[in-house]
Design a protein around this ligand. Structure first.
Ligand SMILES: [Zn+2]
Length: 196
């Protein structure tokens, strides 16, 4: 088993082989982890949250549901989930988001920049960054279309397990937002375990 730790406001990328399981752990609770996935043999084919919502017929994932690519092929399957509240609709936080929503003009760590740096190690350009699977992000969608991001429901040690359905490059972050309920107003670490 491989174990990794993503420090607060950091990110990394790693390979995940077909059949391998990926456990994403909210170490202290209340922390979002953004996930992107790319086919190892053709990274132009990558996670599409839109295709995932379309194929599952739901904004929410349940164990057994699959995450699909922009070519409508299954990339990952949700195996276990101790939380039950995640997000498929929000973009990764970015310098532009911090400027627009919080008036922060200077440097601020962001999932976008952390994705870009992690993907660079695999020769993948930032243009490939799309809407992530935002694990533990507690987005409520109301009947009138209003969307609200509330504090995560995850407590210390809560986790999800995903199974790779093909060889993938996965990028994962510990989200950098300390300014809102998204990460319960503090940024903490994300644990990772990978096994066959
Ligand atoms: Zn973020």
């Amino acid at each position: 088993m491989r174990e990794l730790m993503i420090e607060p406001q950091q990110g990394l990328a790693f390979e995940l082989r077909a059949g391998e399981k990926l456990k994403v752990i909210d170490v202290e609770g209340g922390q979002v982890a953004d996930l992107l996935a790319f086919r190892r043999d053709d990274p132009q084919e990558r996670l599409s949250t839109g295709a995932t919502i379309d194929n599952n017929g739901s904004l929410y994932l349940r164990p057994g549901d699959r995450l699909y690519s922009n070519r409508y092929n299954p990339l990952l399957r949700l195996v276990e989930d101790t939380v039950g509240a995640h997000d498929l609709i929000h973009p990764p936080c970015s310098p532009e988001m911090y400027r627009c929503q919080y008036g922060i003009e200077g440097d601020h760590p962001s999932c976008y920049d952390n994705f870009a740096a992690a993907l660079r190690e695999y020769g993948l350009p930032a243009i490939l960054i799309t809407t992530p699977f935002n694990i533990f992000m507690n987005t409520r969608v109301y009947a009138d279309g209003r969307v609200e991001v509330k504090e995560p429901l995850s407590g210390p040690g809560d986790y999800i397990v995903l199974e790779a359905l093909c060889d993938l490059i996965v990028a994962l972050t510990a989200c950098s937002v300390a300014e809102s309920a998204c990460n319960a107003y503090r940024c903490t670490a994300i644990g990772v375990e990978i096994w066959k």
